[in-house]
Design a protein around this ligand. Structure first.
Ligand code: PMP
Length: 380
């Protein structure tokens, strides 16, 4: 099987699984219990948090363990909006965001916050000039993903941070789910940042919310006061220790892996360009782990099935929204034509394909192409 759906989820690293099992076996205690075993568990929890801070080069930031980025995004966005509601009512976002952001935005709007959507450039980036025109003294929150999960385009996070220096009241949230281990990690100047362990060889149900200041959000999950009072609930120590391991591994491998991915991505682009009627949607400077392509005239689902029959797993848009019948919003916002949107598939990688995998991919791609080529429509 050739698994090319790593933006949906990745295979857990063996060392991460081992540490999860070991901690479950030997440290199943509650880190909040007052006895010796509870204290040992507490020490292990502190160590996991410290390891994460070291790996990500964090300083004073507060590392909150969550179940994943959906939870982290909900906590950060609602938490920041509620905390700042007496200072202003306006929130800025873009239509490129993941549903775990957009649905929260919709809800906040219903609760009375004003929403503004920033324009997108043809290469899928936030239009910084438009952003400047949207900012004013009523804005309390801005949210932006670092790397897009469908096209892979990278947002100019540092430039946004520069612009925001004139607006210190704005809470800046970054959804970095597709960025970690793929592009250099940025935390300075960001008020809150979300991660999901299973996107970088960790396990499902592991996530982080990194806060610049633990008091910057109102805690929407209340209870026993764990995790700095921000995310109550009995601590999942095995999960948290395993997540620290996954982060360490991903950060250590980042440079080598990324260079290999970039070389492979260029080779793949070259290969795909030799096929008449197939289009590459991901911008040239997108993250190398995502390659979105279109076969206009053929439905994405048909292509996914054709690849799947030959044991190559690719995706239509994103696993989270692939059941929606509507046109993919991200591609639509980038001005991509309807035929190209309907005929798009996403290839997403965890590591560069080796020679055997590359040959398999090329052969299957060619077979699928021969199968559908009569249906392709010119879409220039
Ligand atoms: N943001 C982005 C950019 C994502 O790709 C995803 C996962 N598809 C999420 C947030 C949500 O992550 P999870 O499903 O792990 O909660």
């Amino acid at each position: 099987m050739l698994y090319l759906d790593n933006a949906a989820t990745t295979k857990p690293n063996a060392a991460v699984l081992t540490s999860f099992v070991k901690v479950n076996e030997s440290f199943y205690f509650n880190p909040n219990s007052p006895h010796d075993k509870g204290l040992e568990a507490q020490r292990l929890l502190t160590e996991a948090r410290t390891q994460i801070k070291q790996a990500l080069n964090l300083d004073e930031q507060c590392v909150v363990f969550t179940s994943g980025a959906t939870e982290s995004n909900n906590m950060a966005l609602k938490g920041a909006a509620y905390q700042k509601r007496s200072f202003g009512k306006t929130i800025i976002t873009s239509r490129l965001e993941h549903p775990s952001v957009l649905e929260v935005m919709r809800e906040l709007h219903e609760e009375g916050f004003h929403l503004k959507y920033v324009n997108i450039t043809a290469s899928g980036q936030i239009d910084l000039e438009h952003l400047k025109t949207l900012l004013n003294q009523d804005v309390i929150l801005l949210t932006c993903m670092h790397v897009n999960n469908i096209m892979g385009q990278i947002q100019p996070i540092k430039k946004i941070i520069d612009i925001l220096t004139d607006y210190p009241k704005v809470h800046f949230h970054v959804d970095a789910v597709q960025a970690i281990g793929k592009v250099p990690f940025i935390s300075e100047g960001i008020d809150s940042l979300s991660l999901s362990g299973h996107k970088f060889n960790g396990l499902k149900g592991q996530g982080l919310l990194i806060l610049n200041n633990e008091h910057s959000i109102y805690p929407i999950i209340q209870g026993g006061g764990q995790e700095f009072g921000i995310r109550s609930g009995t601590v999942n120590l095995p999960n948290n220790v395993a997540l620290a391991k996954a982060i360490n591994i991903t950060i250590k491998q980042h440079n080598d892996r990324y260079n290999e991915l970039r070389t492979m991505n260029s080779a793949l682009r070259q290969f795909i360009r030799t096929y008449n009627g197939v289009y590459i949607n991901s911008p040239e400077d997108a993250s190398a782990h995502i390659l979105n392509i279109s076969f206009p005239g053929v439905r994405g689902e048909v292509l996914v099935n054709a690849f799947s029959k030959q044991n190559v797993m690719v995706s239509t848009t994103s696993a989270c929204s692939s059941k929606h019948a509507t046109l993919n919003e991200v591609l639509y916002e980038m001005g991509i034509s309807k035929n190209r949107i309907l005929g798009s598939i996403r290839l997403s990688f965890d590591h560069a394909l080796n020679d055997v995998e590359m040959t398999k991919f090329k052969n299957v791609f060619d077979d699928v192409y021969q199968e559908v080529k009569e249906l392709l429509i010119n879409d220039l």
